[in-house]
Design a protein. Structure first.
Length: 135
């Protein structure tokens, strides 16, 4: 149907969350590929998870590289374990932020929701580490 439209034709456009999902004219409706499900929000969540993991791996690799002699003698620093747990939590929180941020301003909402949730993840990791040390 979209190929048969000409400039000036009257059409009805179905809009969902600022996306044109269907175009109708004369009783015929054609769906479009323009939809809000997934594209920018999921890409943003993937990027945030990759950012968290990449930052941790960069830090852990730098620590292992710069302190190779000390690591060979004494092992890697114990602080890498809670940081790794916090990284996994941050990566998983990116997906939760994707679900929360969809109702807001798209990718910006996802990033804001993720940044708001990160201190909670850090607090949970710290509390669990303290609890594990008491046992």
């Amino acid at each position: 149907m979209l190929k048969r439209l000409h400039p000036g034709d009257l059409v009805s456009v179905t809009v969902w969350r600022r996306y044109a999902t269907a175009v109708s004219r004369g009783g015929l409706t054609q769906e479009t590929n323009d939809n809000p499900v997934g594209d920018p929000d999921i890409d943003t969540a993937l990027a945030l998870g990759a950012l968290a993991c990449g930052t941790y791996l960069l830090g852990a690799g730098g620590c292992a590289l710069l302190g190779a002699r000390r690591a060979a003698e004494h092992g890697l620093p114990a602080s890498l374990i809670p940081l790794g747990k916090a990284t996994v939590g941050a990566a998983l929180t990116a997906w939760l932020a994707c679900l929360v941020g969809v109702g807001w301003e798209g990718p910006v909402g996802v990033v804001v929701a993720w940044l708001v949730m990160l201190p909670v993840v850090g607090w949970i990791v710290v509390v669990r580490e303290r609890h594990a040390k008491r046992r």
